[in-house]
Design a protein. Sequence first.
Length: 167
Amino acid sequence: MYRIIGADGREYGPVTADQVREWITEGRVNSQTRVLAEGTAQWKPLTEYLEFAPMLARTTPLLPAPGPISIAPTPRNNSMAVMGLVMGVLSITCGMCCHGLPFNVLGIVFSLVALAQIRNDPQSQHGRALAIAGLVLSILSLVLSALMLMLGLALNTPNILRRIQRL
C-alpha cells in the first residue's frame, strides 16, 4: 500500500500497487510524484521504487505547461495626429482664401487631442511628431492669417474711413 502526494498538493491513499500502475498509464502520476510506502517514514519520488520503473520508462515525460503568451499591441500612428497634420497643411495652402480658418482651428484641435491620446498610451500610439507638425502648421497659419488681416486693414484704413463718412 502506498500514499501519494498529487500535483494539487493533496495526499491520496492508501492505494495498491496496481492502482499506482493504473494511474501511471492514465498520466495521473509521473516519475516526480512523491510516494510513501507503507512501513516507511520518508517520501520518495516514484522513480525510486523499482516495481514501477519499467512502467515509468515506457511513459513519455511530461512537458512543462507553456507559459502565458503575451502579444504586444502593434504600435500604430494615431489617426488624430494624421488628421492634425493634414489640416495644418491645408490651412497653410488654403490660407490665401478665407484665411485658412476652418482648417487651422481643426488642425489645432486634432493635434492637441492626438498629443493627449499619445501621452496616455505611448506603447500602442505613435505619431507624436505628426501631431506636433500639425500643431505648428496650424498655429503658423493662424498667425499668418491674423497678420494678413491686420495688414489689409492698415492698408485700406483711409478707404474704409471715406466710405464710413459717405454713409
